[in-house]
Design a protein around this ligand. Structure first.
Ligand code: SF4
Length: 135
């Protein structure tokens, strides 16, 4: 997994490392680097780590990336701290779509990828951190 690529679950470990196969899984080839994580890694932390990278690297030219990555990072932090509601999770997903489809360049367009893929394969880890008493 490269910095802006998506995560791939263990059940897809036999997937060929080529452009088409990784795209089907919601990831991209990038530079071809991969990071292997075990079951002790919290996937919300992973998404938050990559969002922090994109937030720091945003050049600030367009608002969706400049503001969107900051807000996505804020929401991921809120979820990780057990202070988020289901409405925050919905907002996270809506904001990911907005940043992906309205950012000017590849950095902003791919910034939500780790959130999309961790939600796709590890949504239970997000839900476990959602505070059902929070509005
Ligand atoms: S998407 Fe690209 S152009 Fe827009 S702020 Fe991010 S890095 Fe700059």
């Amino acid at each position: 997994m490269d910095l802006q690529e998506g995560v791939i679950p263990a059940l897809a470990v036999d997937t060929p490392v080529d452009y088409e196969s990784l795209t089907q899984l919601g990831s991209i080839m990038g530079s071809g680097g991969m990071i292997v994580m075990d079951q002790n890694t919290n996937m919300v932390d992973v998404a938050r780590f990559f969002m922090e990278f994109c937030m720091d690297k945003s050049c600030g030219k367009c608002i969706p990336c400049r503001v969107g990555t900051v807000q996505l990072h804020r929401l991921l932090t809120k979820i990780r701290q057990g202070e988020a509601s289901l409405a925050d999770l919905e907002l996270l997903e809506e904001l990911c779509d907005m940043v992906k489809y309205t950012s000017l360049c590849g950095l902003g367009q791919s910034a939500p990828n780790p959130v999309f893929s961790t939600l796709r394969y590890f949504r239970d880890e997000y839900l476990a951190l959602i505070n059902s008493t929070t509005q």
